[in-house]
Design a protein around this ligand. Structure first.
Ligand code: BJ8
Length: 426
């Protein structure tokens, strides 16, 4: 990795603590990723991004700031990136996915808080992630109680705008979310000093749609057996999409998809054609959370699709590009984003429908419903998911986990037992 010490120091990071993370990440990545056989060549780009994870993209963001541009950090797929890019700013995902940051979060949050929130707060307060230090403003939302309160703590340290996400999906809720987007436009305009014109918003809608289309194209190749890309690699691509430049993300994604399509023509896969096919649903897996995928795929099964925010929820629906006024574009944005089925909504039958549809499209043998500890929304919704899947006879296993490695062996045993139940050769 190039030498970024000066850049990290200028950002006010805790270099000593950060060095610890820099030491462990390459080893973790090597063990989980580089040990895989027959990876697509296109993964080389994503491997490079990880090898420079706290260097190359942060340096680009700082360059943008030098020319007067702003960086906005986000934590949820309900935050419309289109608005940020339309104002000449850059949106970057900030969710923390490492146990490394959890103790920092526990200094100010109750221990029985979801690890995603603890890691996100810890990364900022411990000053051990450049992305958290670079962002000029954080954009929070009201999706869950833990996050809502965490914003108040983070607001003592960094400017935050909180988007009020409705809890239901009635007409009046969609209208309320539309108003939230209009308010967000105003906030972003004031913060950046740039007016958001219909032309600029139209362009950024296309930009983000193109990124979604590239990810859709990659995921489509996973419907085929033998599957041309591992679940671990597909997850990495999606995780990186949250903070890479969207145009480059689309370009590299399309390149990878092309290679995967060629693999399909040659019937070349990374798992045997009869390997069990697994759908993962539940709470998001922020980078570098690869634990469950690694356990499943090390046991010989293929993860072929993720009904997660770091999966299909991130890119499944496109924004209608035909509107030419801000009002029309905001309506199109609201309609698209409100199609996302997060457990923060009540009721949320769309998620059950999505899981069943995806299970059929991707021809899965079993479903693993994973829940980050202390996420009440998803753990409670698990009951309804299981009920619906039991009714149609789709095998499902629920797990509750965190970012630590403490339960690794226990999870491995449970996953192996589940795969055995599926009655497939592993
Ligand atoms: S749209 S899943 S990204 S809120 S932080 S809810 S795990 S207790 S992240 Fe999410 Fe948006 Fe929904 Fe997706 Fe639970 Fe943890 Fe809360 Fe979480």
């Amino acid at each position: 990795m190039a030498d970024y010490q000066q850049m990290w120091s200028d950002l006010g990071m805790d270099l000593e603590k950060h060095d610890v993370l820099c030491e462990v990440l390459p080893e973790a990545f090597g063990g989980v990723y580089l040990s895989q056989q027959n990876r697509p060549q296109g993964m080389g780009f994503y491997d490079f991004v990880v090898s420079e994870i706290h260097g190359v993209r942060p340096a680009e963001l700082i360059e943008h700031q030098k020319t007067g541009g702003k960086i906005l950090g986000t934590f949820c797929v309900y935050v419309p990136d289109e608005v940020v890019f339309a104002a000449g700013a850059i949106a970057t995902g900030l969710c923390g996915g490492s146990q490394f940051w959890v103790p920092g979060g526990e200094k100010v949050l109750p221990a029985n808080t979801c690890p995603l929130i603890k890691a996100s707060v810890g990364a900022r307060l411990d000053k051990t992630c450049p992305f958290f230090m670079i962002a000029d403003m954080f954009v929070g939302e009201t999706t869950c109680d833990g996050k809502k309160k965490a914003w108040e703590i983070l607001a003592q340290d960094v400017p935050i705008h909180v988007i009020d996400i409705p809890q239901m999906k009635r007409e009046k809720d969609i209208a309320a979310y539309q108003q939230e987007i209009l308010d967000f436009i105003q906030v972003v305009e004031e913060f950046t000093g740039n007016k958001i014109t219909p032309e600029a918003l139209g362009e950024s809608i296309k930009l983000i749609n193109n990124k979604r289309k590239a990810l859709q194209r990659i995921y489509n190749t996973r419907k085929v057996s033998p599957v041309p890309i591992s679940g671990k690699d597909a997850l990495l691509v999606t995780q990186i999409a949250f903070y890479d430049d969207p145009a480059r993300c689309a370009e590299m994604g399309n390149k990878l998809a092309e290679e995967l399509e060629e693999r399909i023509n040659r019937q070349e896969g990374v798992f045997p054609a009869d390997a069990p096919r697994i759908l993962i649903t539940g709470t998001p897996m922020a980078i570098p959370n690869w634990k469950l995928h690694h356990i499943i795929e090390s046991a010989g099964a293929a993860v072929v699709v993720e009904e997660l925010c770091t999966g299909t929820r991130y890119f499944e629906n496109l924004v209608d590009e035909s509107a030419t006024t801000i009002e029309g574009q905001v309506k199109a944005l609201a309609e698209r984003y409100m199609k996302t089925n997060c457990a923060c909504f009540t009721p949320n039958p769309g998620r059950v429908d999505d899981i069943i549809r995806l299970a059929r499209e991707y021809k899965v043998d079993g479903i693993i419903d994973t829940n980050l500890q202390f996420c009440n929304l998803y753990s409670t919704e698990s009951y309804l998911i299981k009920q619906a899947l039991d009714e149609i006879g789709l095998p499902i296993m629920h797990i509750e986990t965190d970012y630590s490695e403490n339960d690794y062996e226990q999870l491995r045993t449970r996953v192996e037992a589940f795969l055995e139940i599926l009655g497939k050769q592993v």
